[in-house]
Design a binder for this molecule. Structure first.
Ligand code: HSE
Length: 337
């Protein structure tokens, strides 16, 4: 499979490392031979239609901060040129999220689909701004569209619900979908540590958004619950449809009182048909949503299975590469590979 990588930051590099490490496994166990023919970042692009040497490219990107300084690279903003001009089966859109316009990811995804490429993305922006449009464009163009990595990092929430739970009607989705706020709330509850100090620690862990108010004010969770609702409940919601409260007003005292009553406080996103909400909620200790540290969790309420929960790592390049690679294998299988 010929692959184009648009975005070579943390996630693009994490995926590339996984592709290098798992080349033998992918060929033997899945009959899949991924050939990355181009890698692009905001400063330039490297192209080799025979397949790039990813290990070498990773060295350049890690050492010099961009693929544009790799041997043979072209400089400039070349994403659209590569998407439309380089023959490929799959385009990975892994550029940073912009939740207001969805750009540049939104245009990258549309042009890739129009050029007949299957698309895999981790980018929340385009999915929040234009989920329905992208979903129908993929169908009109006859291409596959996957976005498992956009919600819950390594947690296969979308695939679980769409495939293995397909016989159920989903009544409600609840999720602890932001590792940064979960880490802060956990540290406040275990050590009574002050908010500002733990926020700094969460930033040092590298999972907070560039602008951490997106985490703290519940916007990141709102994006993820919107994506889950649009994808799994068939809604056509945007961020404006989500009632959002963050964790800034949660005091250690409130957490202590909750604990005395056998509960904990989590930032929970909730999606039902007709209502989307994010806010601090009491969760019984021992419930699958009461995960600690940077973990994420999703609970589905279903007509047949009743309740199914899944927990795991919601961020990090290695963890998220699990979803990015899973989507590739899924497309390969869907196409009969
Ligand atoms: N800032 C996000 C989090 C990163 O803390 O979960 C993953 O989307």
């Amino acid at each position: 499979m010929r692959i184009v990588l648009i975005g070579f930051g943390n996630l693009g590099r994490g995926l590339s490392r996984a592709l290098v490490q798992k080349a033998g496994f992918l060929r033997r166990d899945h009959g899949l031979i991924p050939r990355v023919v181009a890698a692009v970042d905001e400063f330039g692009a490297v192209v080799d239609e025979k397949g790039l040497n990813l290990a070498g490219l990773l060295k350049t990107a890690e050492g010099k901060g961009t693929v544009a300084l790799h041997r043979g690279a072209k400089r400039g903003r070349l994403a659209l040129q590569v998407i439309e001009g380089i023959e490929a089966d799959v385009v990975y859109e892994l550029t940073p999220t912009n939740i207001e316009t969805g750009e540049p990811g939104l245009t990258h995804i549309k042009r890739a689909m129009q050029a007949g490429r299957h698309v895999i993305t981790s980018n929340k922006g385009p999915l929040v701004v234009a989920f329905r449009e992208l979903d129908s464009l993929a169908k009109r163009c006859g291409v596959e569209f996957r976005y498992s990595a956009s919600v819950g990092g390594a947690i296969p929430a979308v695939g679980l619900a769409k495939k293995l739970l397909a016989g159920n009607k989903i009544r409600e989705i609840r999720g602890v979908l932001n590792g940064t706020t979960n880490y802060i709330l956990t540290r406040m509850s275990t050590e009574g540590a002050p908010f500002e100090i733990v926020l700094r620690e969460a930033q040092e862990l590298g999972i907070a958004e560039k602008d951490p108010t997106l985490d703290i004010e519940g916007i990141d969770t709102a994006c993820k619950i919107t994506i889950l609702a649009n994808s799994l409940l068939g809604t056509n919601a945007g961020l404006k449809d989500v009632k959002v409260a963050g964790i800034a007003r949660v005091r250690p005292e409130a957490i202590r009182l909750a604990q005395e009553a056998g509960q904990t406080i989590k930032l929970v996103g909730t999606a039902k048909r007709g209502s989307l909400e994010v806010g601090p909620k009491l969760v019984p200790l021992g419930h699958p949503l009461a995960v600690g540290g940077t973990l994420n969790a999703v609970t589905f309420e279903l007509d047949l299975a009743r309740e199914i929960s899944i927990t795991g790592f919601g961020a990090g390049p290695r963890e998220t590469s699990s979803s990015l690679l899973g989507d590739l294998i899924d497309i390969h299988r869907t196409l009969g590979g």
